[in-house]
Design a protein around this ligand. Structure first.
Ligand SMILES: O=C(O)c1ccccc1N[C@@H]1O[C@H](COP(=O)(O)O)[C@@H](O)[C@H]1O
Length: 216
């Protein structure tokens, strides 16, 4: 087992962007990665045309991430041309995730019986594991936190912490978990799919402040 990857600063992924202005605001706030939800069940869903338009506004060095939930390979292949990274948020197998000629991350919902070490081994090809709250019947984007102390200090994959993060709780999350990255959707919105520029900036500022305080 390897130690968890640490970095001089905590990366930020802003997820669930649907509007050009939100893309611009998320980049201006300092987002390292922007997420686009291709799953039609989400209130933040974007279709391929919308994805193409939004992706065109993302500058170099900011990662374009596509979020999928147990979707057909054809759709994922079509979307991939606008994406740098695939986020699988359903029950996709490791072999399925690896089938698209793109780097990928696997979202895991923190059910009580989830064995994170076993999952890290099973999804060995993932660039990171994204840990999200578990609510039965809902694949993600619940706006709920989970017990961060369940995340082991040592894991074979970088951790992206998600689930109910906000400008008010993200500093505690960074201090407690020391993840490679944090991921937020609902906590920086005025309504589902509409990001609030002041919340985006407040979130990034809280992460930066937590990074400044943490021991090296
Ligand atoms: O945002 C959604 O609608 C969504 C739908 C299906 C799966 C995942 C979804 N969102 C992702 O869930 C986590 C946590 O979101 P939140 O911050 O608690 O709102 C994050 O990765 C979202 O991108």
């Amino acid at each position: 087992m390897t130690s968890r990857v640490h970095s001089i600063r905590t990366r930020i992924k802003f997820c669930g962007l649907t509007r050009e202005q939100d893309v611009a605001d998320a980049v201006a706030a300092g987002g390292d990665a922007l997420g686009f939800v291709l799953w039609p069940g989400s209130r933040r869903h974007v279709d391929l045309d919308r994805l193409a338009a939004l992706a065109a506004g993302v500058p170099a060095f900011v990662t374009r991430v596509g979020l999928f939930v147990d979707q057909p390979p054809e759709l994922i292949l079509q979307a991939s041309r606008y994406l740098n990274l695939l986020q699988f948020h359903g029950d996709e197998t490791p072999a399925f995730c690896a089938g698209f000629d793109r780097p990928w991350i696997k979202a895991l919902r923190m059910r009580d019986d989830l064995d994170l070490h076993a999952a890290a081994q099973a999804y060995a090809g993932a660039q990171a594991l994204l840990l999200d709250a578990y609510r039965p019947g809902v694949p993600g984007g619940t706006g709920e936190t989970f017990d961060w102390s369940r995340i082991p200090a040592s894991l074979a994959k970088p951790v992206i912490l998600a689930g109910g993060l906000t400008p008010d709780n993200v500093a505690d999350a960074v201090e407690c978990v020391r993840p490679f990255a944090v991921d937020v959707s609902g906590g920086v919105e005025s309504e589902p799919g509409c990001k609030d520029p002041s919340l985006l900036s407040a979130f990034a500022a809280a992460v930066a402040e937590a990074d400044r305080k943490r021991p090296s």
